[in-house]
Design a protein around this ligand. Sequence first.
Ligand code: A2P
Length: 270
Amino acid sequence: LTEYFTLSNDVQIHKLGFGTWQIPDGDDTYNSVTTALKLGYRHIDTARAYENEASVGRAVRDSGIPRDQIFITTKLPAEVKDYDQARATFEESSSLLDLGHVDLYLIHAPWPWAEQGKDYSEGNIAVWTAMEELYEAGRVRSIGVSNFSVADLESLTASTRIRPQVNQIRWFIGNTQDETTAYCEANDILVEGYSPLATGAILDNPQVRKIAEQYGKTVAQVCIRYLLEKDVLPLPKSTTPSRIAENADVDFVLKPEDVTFLDGLTDTTA
Ligand code: A2P
């Protein structure tokens, strides 16, 4: 919780973040984020589309923790592919969070959710221009993308000035997105992994359990540790205080042969 990755622009980002996808706004988000902050998490990941930014912001403000000790990520909705709308939508997120600057602002996806896979290169370049301006104005400390493939990254970076500092993708044992991950690593783009527990679907996997038992750890802890072994930033989500604590207790090292074994697993959510 106190270790950092360093982004390509030298901004430091806490190695373990707290994901808030699918946590309802109001008390659920407020209480989970409050618990996470009490347990030592200092990196909270939200999005306009999660509709819980206001509760995230309130929990951070009420925590009394100095703003500069907390890292806040939010995201521009996938449907927004227009410069003016991007600027206006950022202002909405900014005022809902009410935390001053945003630490990391991401394009939520390369295409609107209803049109997955379609080519929105032009729209992504338009909104990226807005994000570059927010970055240069100091409204956001770093900028990046989410759910981008290598082709999406290449078409964006070919026509824009600032390279994304982060790509947040769905990443867990058995779903390691090797091509995108290698491309990001080669281009100094930090990979963040959302759903490191496959939204819970991996937790009954007998092979991961076997490894977990050898270390006296839970399956969730091995899943999160695996991302850290790969220099991928895990963003586990939970609304259960004991699990929020468990997911942060990952200060152990997986042996190389166990990492190799986990590398070979496929269909981990079957
Ligand atoms: P809950 O929020 O009810 O505690 P992911 O991070 O991959 O999106 O997974 C989130 C899902 O996994 C949620 O359903 C969450 O349930 C569950 N979960 C999170 N941490 C743990 C844990 N340590 N043990 C078991 N289930 C967990």
